[in-house]
Write a protein that binds this ligand. Structure first.
Ligand code: FNR
Length: 393
C-alpha cells in the first residue's frame, strides 16, 4: 500500500484502478478508432468471454496463521530476477494510445523491474525502445516477415539492442475478423498512427522501399503500409518448418538466447514445441482477438501444464484483469503471466503516469493477496492453492 502512495499527488494515485473503471476512462480518452482497435475481439467475443469465465471457475483457497511478513513476490525469468511473475505483453502501435507510446511503457517496466516484451508492430524503433528500457529485462516479439533477409535483420537488431529472448507469435499473420476494427477501416487507421515506424528504421526495409520507389520522408503512410501489409499481417502462413529455421537463426545470432512460441492453445502444439527444442511457450489466445468461439486460455493452460509442464517453460496470457487472475494462472502451473489490455488502458488514460499507476496498483494487489491469503513465495503457489468448479459450469 505504501508503494502505491503518490507523494506528488497527495493521494493513492491518479485514478481509480478498478479494471472496469480504467476501461471506462480509456474509452472516454480514446478516439473511436483507438477504442475499437484496443477493445475489439474476434467475432462475437466468445473467446474473450470464455477467458473471463474460466477465471471465475477457479477459486483461491487462503491459508491462515502463516507468517507472511517475509513474503516475496519476486521471481526469475530467463536469468533475470524481476519484481513479480507479471510482465508486459507485446502490444502493437502504442502511439494509438499516447504519443510517447512504447517509450513510456518500456521506461516504466525498467523502473518497476518488470519484464517487457516489444511488439514488432511497434510505433517506435527497436533502438529507441531499448534505450528507454535501459537495463530492464526485455524480449522481442516477432511477427515473422516472409522476407528472410528482413527477418534476419530484425533478429540481429533485437540482439544488438539487448533483447534477452525472441518470442515468435504463431497465431496472427492475419488479423482475426474483428467487426469494430473492420468498421473503422483498421489498416488505414493504423497507418495514421505510426504503425510502420519500427520497420522504417530497418536497413533491409529501407532497401525494399528504395526498390519500390517509395520515399518514406515524403510518403510515410505508404511506407508504413508496406511494412504492415507485407511484413506483419501479410497473410502468408508460417509453418513448423519455417519456425525451426527462425529458431536456428535466433540461436545463431544471439549465441543461444531463449526462443519461445506465443499463441499456443493445444496440447499437440505444446508437445511439438517440446520435441523441436523450443525453450518456452506462451499459452495465449491473443486476448480472444483471433479465433472466436475458442477454448479459454486458462483451460488450455491446465491441459498443457498436465501434458508438458515439466518439460518446457510455460508462460500465460489472455484475460488477466487482477492479481487474483494472475495468481490462478500461476497456481495452475504457469511460471509467468503477461498482461495486455490493463496496461494499454493505463497508457491511454495518462501516458507514462497511467502505465505506472496501473502496474503499481497491480503489484500492490498481488503483494497484499499473498499477505492476506497466506502465501510466502511465488514458487509456493500451486494447484493446492485453488479449488476449481467443473468445466461445464
Ligand atoms: C495485442 N496482442 C499482440 N500480440 C502480439 O504478439 N503482438 C502484437 O503486436 C499484439 N498487439 C495487440 C494489440 C492489442 C490492442 C491487444 C489487446 C492485444 C496480444 C497480447 O500480446 C496479449 O496476448 C493479450 O493482450 C493478453 O490478453 P489481455 O491481457 O489483453 O486480456
Amino acid at each position: 500500500r505504501e508503494s502505491f502512495w503518490d507523494a506528488n499527488n497527495g493521494k493513492y494515485g491518479l485514478f481509480n484502478t478498478d479494471p472496469a473503471e480504467i476501461e471506462k476512462l480509456a474509452k472516454e480518452k480514446l478516439s473511436q478508432g483507438g477504442w475499437y482497435y484496443s477493445s475489439c475481439n474476434a467475432g462475437v467475443s466468445w473467446t474473450h468471454l470464455s477467458n473471463r469465465q474460466a477465471f471465475y471457475r477457479h477459486r483461491i483457497v487462503p491459508r491462515m496463521l502463516v507468517d507472511t511478513n517475509l513474503r516475496d513476490t519476486a521471481t526469475e525469468i530467463f536469468g533475470h530476477k524481476v519484481s513479480a511473475p507479471i510482465g508486459f505483453a507485446p502490444i502493437g502501435i502504442n502511439r494509438i494510445y499516447h504519443p510517447t507510446g512504447e517509450l513510456s511503457v518500456a521506461k516504466v517496466a525498467q523502473e518497476l523491474n518488470l519484464a517487457y516484451c516489444l511488439s514488432s508492430a511497434g510505433s517506435y524503433s527497436i533502438e529507441d525502445v531499448a534505450k528507454a528500457n535501459g537495463s530492464g529485462p526485455r524480449f522481442f516479439q516477432l511477427y515473422q516477415s516472409p522476407d528472410d533477409e528482413l527477418c534476419l535483420s530484425m533478429l540481429q537488431r533485437a540482439f544488438d539492442n539487448g533483447f534477452d529472448a525472441c518470442m515468435l507469435t504463431t497465431d496472427t499473420w492475419s488479423l482475426g475478423w474483428r467487426h469494430n476494427d473492420v468498421f473503422t477501416g483498421n489498416y488505414a487507421f493504423y497507418h495514421e498512427h505510426g504503425a510502420g515506424d519500427l520497420g522504417l528504421q530497418d536497413p533491409v526495409f529501407q532497401k525494399r522501399l528504395k526498390e519500390a520507389g517509395i520515399d518514406p520522408a515524403k510518403n510515410p503512410k505508404e511506407a508504413g503500409a508496406k511494412w504492415i501489409d507485407e511484413n506483419i499481417w501479410h497473410g502468408r502462413a508460417i509453418t513448423w518448418e519455417k519456425m525451426k529455421w527462425t529458431m536456428e537463426q535466433w540461436k545463431r545470432i544471439s549465441g543461444g538466447r531463449p526462443f519461445c512460441l506465443k499463441g499456443i492453445q493445444s496440447v499437440e502444439d505444446a508437445k511439438k514445441a517440446v520435441e523441436l527444442g523450443v525453450d518456452g511457450i506462451v499459452v495465449s489466445n491473443h486476448a480472444g482477438r483471433q479465433v472466436d468461439g475458442g477454448i479459454s486460455s486458462l483451460d488450455a493452460l491446465e491441459k498443457i501444464v498436465d501434458a508438458v509442464g515439466d518439460k518446457i517453460y510455460i508462460m500465460f496470457d489472455s484475460g488477466v484483469r487482477s492479481a487474483a487472475d494472475a495468481f490462478k494462472a500461476l497456481a495452475i502451473g504457469a511460471k509467468f503471466v503477461f498482461i495486455g489490455r490493463l496496461w494499454v488502458w493505463g497508457l491511454s488514460i495518462a501516458g507514462e503516469h497511467g502505465v505506472r499507476h496501473v502496474l503499481k496498483s497491480l503489484l500492490a494487489e498481488f503483494d497484499i493477496l499473498m499477505e492476506v491469503g497466506g502465501f510466502v513465495k511465488v514458487k509456493d503457489i500451486n494447484r493446492g492453492c485453488i479449488d476449481s468448479l467443473p468445466n461445464s459450469s
